[in-house]
Every structure is written in structure tokens, then in C-alpha cells.
Design a protein around this ligand. Sequence first.
Ligand SMILES: Cc1cc2nc3c(=O)[nH]c(=O)nc-3n(C[C@H](O)[C@H](O)[C@H](O)COP(=O)(O)OP(=O)(O)OC[C@H]3O[C@@H](n4cnc5c(N)ncnc54)[C@H](O)[C@@H]3O)c2cc1C
Length: 536
Amino acid sequence: MTDPKWWGWGGAERRGAVAAEALEMLTELLGPPRRSPPVALDQVRVADPAPLPDSIRDVIGSDHVLTGREDRIRHATGKSYPDLVRLRSGEIEDAPDAVVEPGCHDEVAAVLDACTRENVAVVPFGGGTSVVGGVDPARGSFERVIALDLGRMRSAGVDRRSLTARLGPGLRGPDAERALGAAGVTLGHFPQSFEHATIGGFAATRSAGQASSGYGRFDRMVTAVRLAAPAGELRTIDTPHSAAGPALRELIVGSEGVLGVITEVTACVRPRPEERRYEAWIAPEFASGVEIVRELAQQRVLPDVVRLSDRNETRVSLALSGMGGAVRRLLDGYLRLRRQARGCILITGWEGTSEAVGLRRALATRALRSGGAVALGARPGRSWYRGRFEGPYLRDELLDLSYMVETLETAHTWTRLGELYHAVSGAIRDALQAQGTPGLVFAHVSHAYPDGASLYFTVLAAQRVGHELEQWRAVKRAASEAIVRTGGTITHHHAIGRDHRPYIRDEIGELGVEAIAAVKARLDPAGIMNPGKLLA
Ligand SMILES: Cc1cc2nc3c(=O)[nH]c(=O)nc-3n(C[C@H](O)[C@H](O)[C@H](O)COP(=O)(O)OP(=O)(O)OC[C@H]3O[C@@H](n4cnc5c(N)ncnc54)[C@H](O)[C@@H]3O)c2cc1C
């Protein structure tokens, strides 16, 4: 792979293709495309770095302190829509003064020590795929800020008997799976950002992968963690469970770099699946599809992957798949015949031994059929599986055509999921309408539990040229306020970062915020760790 695009997703050779049918649909619904390529790297405006104290170079060696323009720009943002807008226009707000690359726990500890003494803010940086401003080089009250890139910390060791693996924080998804694959095991954690996000990032944000219904979210996989905090080391022991007071592990997982740096993660693994079976179904409509997923979850027969698209997402994904001509007419005809013309796509996936896949699939199939779902077979399921990491490549193409592509997520109980769905999609639509850029809002359910599920929204609209960030802010505010009003969580798996910070009090209350702040004050007395994130 060539170097990842500094302004987008993945290597420059990987281009997503916008199918002709999709472009026609976007033109009709949102207005015609307008080409707007990213600026050249040398046009990005970035201030000269503030000089770093020698003590940081002394503890880690000059080779691992990068102050080049490109390195700083590559560590200046995450990969959210507003981040890409800023990068593509060359108007990033700030960049770290240096990128520091420790190679082990002790080097991390030594860097944190030097930064505490010298008053330098530290932003832990994994894959830099945050979509909530989590790696923003915010300075807070500090004059200097470094990005602490953990990419050199890529150790991996498997305890085959206990089915656990001890993993370095800098391992990216594919590296981790390669190392685990050599021992015949897998984490089963496949978020859409899998290709670039890291183990440390997964733990620090409580990430949820596409197969979370079967394998569990990442925070559920973690059995032990090691944290280098400015005040010292915090380590939990590797046992299946402990009743030794409140779980420190839980405090570290999801701490988003504000308490310290996660330098090692021990996680549960599973034998690599002998069989993977992916299928597609059509539910009569979104509400009845939601009922099917609820039944699957409450009867404890959830497939490992379950993903129900609403009507708009079903239409858009069919258009984007480029499935045209005779095949499309056949599918449409078949669905009309089965009275499913308003149907919603439901992807199911099972992984494991052939016998377990067969048994679990049989149980789930009964619930799917009794809820009125119609089987479309394995071909569209396999096609979803093949394309499951393609979304962000396509986002780059749509940005090139001046379309806004924003995604956000939340979760609620089954009782209030429908209310949340309508409140958030309505609020986003109104916010776009008010700006003269009516948009397309769609959603899917993809992480299901016996008591509720997540909702993942995608927003497409023509960009307000010259006012892209203002347009995004209005949408984000409207969606977040609707989530808070409806009592949903401000984030099911993207974390708080910078963008959700105004809403954390609504979720955990003043005392909750103060309790986390008190822990931070003990672990990071100088407040150098990731200023401006998670806590106000
Ligand atoms: C296209 C796209 C698709 C995505 N899909 C998903 C998805 O399906 N599921 C999902 O859960 N998320 C998804 N995300 C969000 C993002 O990928 C996750 O939050 C991921 O866990 C971040 O990992 P990272 O290594 O890139 O972390 P970074 O972006 O580098 O960091 C994220 C936060 O964690 C902190 N951090 C990173 N490493 C450490 C460490 N070792 N110690 C302490 N703090 C640390 C950072 O300071 C920051 O606050 C997606 C993002 C994009 C751009």
C-alpha cells in the first residue's frame, strides 16, 4: 500500500466508485455534484512548531521525535467529516509541535514524566481514526503539545490454552489479526475502521465492531490493561473475573487518553472460524425489522452480525451497489410479488464451527421467518461482507463531489428506540432544511442486546460551499440535542472526544463528571493528558 492519504482514508490507490445509479439519485435528491478536490499538501496552513525541551529527546532519542511538516499534519486531526473538510481545504486549526514515538511502556512513562515537568500537553495517538475530535492537538493552557504515536508498540502473544492474547496498543486491526491468525485465533473485532485503527484506540474508546452481537464490543473482550499515567503505573491482573472492589479495568477502558496511555491490552480471543455464513433478508418495513432483531436478541439467538437498514438506507445501498439491469428488475419483481416493495435489508452473519453455525442459524431463521422476513440468500450477504470496509473510501469520493457525508450513533432501550429514531432523523432533516440544503437521512440497527440496540445514522446533503463546518455544526447540534431530549446515549461506540463533550453532563450528571475529574487529578496532576477531551 502507498502512504495513506493525508486528507482521507487509506492508500491513494484505493478509490471508491460512485455507481452511476447512485450519482443519478444524489443529483435528483440533493442537487448536482460539484468537483472540489483537496488542496495540495504544501498549501495546508500550519504554524511553525514551538521548540520541544531537550529532556523529551533525551529520554527517547531524536530519531523518534518527528517535527516535519507532513508528520505534524498527519497527526493534526482524526477522520471525522469536519476533520476531512478542514484537511481538504488546508485550513487545519492547529498541529502538534512534534510527533513522539515511544517503543515500550517504560519509554511512555519517561516521556510523560518529562512532559509533566516541562508543561507539555500529550495527545495519545493510535490510528488517528477518531470521529469525535479525540486526537485534536488541543493545547488547553499549555504552550506546547505533542502527539504520542504508539505505532511502534506492536507486540502480540497468545495464551492458546486460556484463549487470551496480550497485545501492544499500536497494533492496527489487520496486524493484530495476522499475529493472532498465526496462532489459529481471532479477536472478531471488525469495526469499519479496522484497517487503520489500533488496539489501544479500540480500548480507549470502547469500540464496537460489526460482529459485536456475537463477539461482543471491544470493552467486553478486554480482560486486563496496563496504563502509564503521569502519576505512575496502573495495572489490572489477568483473571477471568475479580470482586476486588469497583473494576479499575472499566475505568481505564474508555478513558480516551485523559488519564494516561494504555500500553498493553489483554483480550479474549476465539478459534478462527471454520465457517462464515452471511445472508441477506428483507423485512417488511423498518419497524417490523426492529421487532425481528428484538426477538432474536431476547430469544438469545442473535447472529454474530445483524444489521437492519431502514428504507432510505436500503434504497441507497442498492443504488451504491451498482446492482442494475436485469438482476435489479428481477429483485424488484420478486419483492413486489412477496409484498415486500417497502422492505428493509437485514444482513445476518454467523461464524464458528460448521455445526454451531448450522444450529444457531436454524434457530435464528425460525425467528426471522416468523417476523415476516424473506430470505434473499447468501449472495447479497457475501457481497456485504466483501464490501464491509468500503464506506470511508466512498466518503472520499462523495466529498470530492461536494456532498456532505456525516455519520453519528446512539442507543436506547427497545421501548424508546422508535422514538429516538424519529426524533434524531427529524431533527437532522429540519437542520438541513433550515440551511437550504435538504438532505437524505438514513439509519441502521447494528449492535443489538436483549434490552435495546444502537442506531447509526448517515446524513447526505449538498455542501454549503464556504460554510461546510457551520452546516455540519448545525446538524451535529440538532442531532445531539434530540438524542439528549429522548434520553438516548450521546455515543454508543464513537466515544466523547471533543465533539460530544458538551453533552456528557446530560448523560452522567455533575457529580459523575466531578468523580472522573477527581480520578484524573490523582493520575494526571498537571493535567497534561489529552486536554479538551471527554471532560469539560
Ligand atoms: C470510517 C470510520 C469508520 C469507523 N467505524 C467504527 C466502527 O465500526 N466502530 C467503532 O467503534 N468505531 C468506529 N470508528 C471510530 C474509530 O475508528 C474508533 O473510535 C477507534 O477505536 C479509534 O481507534 P484509533 O486507534 O484510530 O484511535 P485514535 O483515533 O488514535 O484515538 C482515539 C482516542 O483514544 C485515545 N487513544 C488512542 N490510543 C490510546 C492509548 N494507547 N492509550 C490511551 N488513549 C489512547 C486518543 O487520544 C483519542 O482520544 C470509525 C471511524 C472512521 C473514520
